[in-house]
Design a protein around this ligand. Sequence first.
Ligand SMILES: [Zn+2]
Length: 114
Amino acid sequence: MLNIKCPNCGYRDESEFSCGGEAHIIRPGYEVVLSDKDWAEYLFMRHNPKGNFTERWFHAHGCRKWFNIVRNTVTNEIFEIYPTGSLPKSIEGKNAYKSNWRRLSEAEIKSLKK
Ligand SMILES: [Zn+2]
């Protein structure tokens, strides 16, 4: 069982939260043209590493705010909790962000070019 420190409420039991999955997925705008393969990759493929991972969490039974966590999926150690819309600042978080295959996906590359 995780003990998660909500940025607004402090430490709470994992049962109060909902995990929203992978963080930092950029939604392609209407002007971004993607192949069917790249569109399917954006929609259905998720990063699922054995190790450090950036993920979104929602304090469903508390302040009802979203935030991001850098968590090791093997040990459940939490390295960093940071606001949505920002990037991780810890070494573990930066490496987890950079090593995600999504940074090299067509959906993200084309979305960031616009
Ligand atoms: Zn909260």
